[in-house]
Design a protein around this ligand. Structure first.
Ligand code: P1T
Length: 380
């Protein structure tokens, strides 16, 4: 089946008890057993598995072209669970441009458990090769990155990573692209991770995370950790994400159409120093982006000539673009990452330009969005 059909049907069957077309929200923590150690249909306890969550997990696996999906309470809960595959002393090589919260988890929390992290430019496969150490067990990257929208050639990096003697796990955070635009498992990644809070949910009404893999052993280790650690998503939130996913292809096409019109408007704007968009010819990895992604997505970044003060002026003066953290919803959002989502990277190697403004372009009418940016830029 094609992506659009899977988005609506994968993992979801009309309810066998009564024909309900939408997956029921199974608000139950436990299940009646037919005898000691004889659970019905494998359900024992909802941390371990819940039917609404299972439908979501199966849908996620289908969309990413994987065999196994796991859903978590947040993107960071998913990330944390993946890192628990490792042992003290292991080395993780991560991209040098990642979500601030991912950096904070690695640098401020997991280092205390004797995991070793270094950050490198994953847009260059040679820098990845140079940064691998004899202890590297996992390589973590985002593409496009948050917030610089840098693009890593997943296939090229997968080759470098898998040539290492430890065969480290290659993890790709696919939050910005979504499986509609890019499928990392098909390009050689071992694990795909998502913040479902973003495009998968799509309506800024739910927090969740996802992990998708192909390999059965890896899936079993992750299912063990999901149950043992317990950072699972609840049934109501699973339902909301399932509902959001049904319109993912429609939304992503409109996000792209609107973003393209805005990119056109912003390019050569006198107050903008640099415009960053993966499907704009000025983007340093434009060619790879076009090969690897179906479209350029809904995220745009730009650096203001007037630096921090000008950036703050713009974001405080939009009327349709809401000043807020997060991204990927139907409504347009605007923010200054250095002062908001990426505050935790301040003073580190990952420091974000204080004049950078990040747009999450929604699905409103593009002319209204352009008018809004026009008047806000005039005030900056
Ligand atoms: O917020 P949570 O669902 O825990 O997901 C964390 C996360 C992981 N990966 C990427 C690429 C992300 O962008 C995020 C969350 N990002 C924001 C909240 C933000 O505004 O950038």
């Amino acid at each position: 089946m094609k992506f659009e059909t899977l988005a609506i049907h994968a993992g979801q069957e009309p309810d066998p008890n009564n024909g309900a077309v939408m997956t029921p929200v199974y608000l139950t923590s436990t299940y009646k057993q037919d005898g000691v150690g004889k659970p019905r249909q494998g359900y024992e306890y909802s941390r371990t598995m819940n039917p609404t969550r299972k439908a979501l997990q199966d849908c996620l696996a289908a969309l990413e072209g994987g065999n196994f999906g796991l859903a978590f309470a947040s993107g960071l809960a998913a990330t944390d669970t993946i890192l628990r595959l490792l042992n003290a002393g292991d080395h993780v090589l991560a991209g040098n441009d990642v979500y601030g919260g991912t950096f904070r988890l690695f640098d401020k929390v997991l280092r205390r458990f004797s995991l070793d992290f270094t950050f490198a430019d994953t847009t260059d496969p040679e820098s990845v090769a140079e940064a691998l150490t004899p202890s590297t067990r996992l390589v973590w990257l985002e593409t496009p990155t948050n917030p610089f929208l840098r693009i890593t050639d997943i296939r090229a990096v997968a080759e470098v990573v898998h040539a290492h003697k430890n065969n480290p796990l290659l993890v790709v955070d696919n939050t910005f692209a979504t499986p509609y635009l890019q499928r990392p498992l098909e390009l050689g990644a071992d694990i795909v991770v998502h913040s479902m809070t973003k495009y998968l949910g799509g309506h800024s009404d739910v927090v969740g995370g996802a992990v998708i893999v192909q390999d059965k052993d890896l899936a079993d280790r992750l299912y063990f950790l999901q149950n043992a650690v317990g950072a699972v998503i609840g049934p109501m939130d699973s339902f909301l994400v399932l509902r959001g996913i049904k319109t993912l292809p429609l939304r992503m096409d409109r996000h792209f159409e609107n973003a393209s019109a805005i990119v056109e408007f912003l390019s050569n704007h006198p107050k903008i120093e640099r415009l960053i968009y993966p499907f704009h010819e000025s983007h340093p990895q434009y060619k790879i982006a076009r090969q690897q992604m179906k479209n350029g997505g809904g995220m745009i970044s730009f650096i203001m000539k007037g630096g921090r003060d000008a950036a703050i002026k713009v974001v405080e003066n939009t009327e349709i673009f809401t000043l807020a953290e997060s991204l990927g919803g139907v409504e347009s959002l605007i923010e200054v990452p250095a002062a908001m989502t990426h505050l935790s990277v301040a003073g580190s190697q990952l420091e974000v330009d204080p004049g950078l403004v990040r747009l999450s372009v929604g699905v409103e009418h593009k002319e209204d969005l352009i008018e809004d940016l026009k008047q806000a830029l005039e005030k900056a």
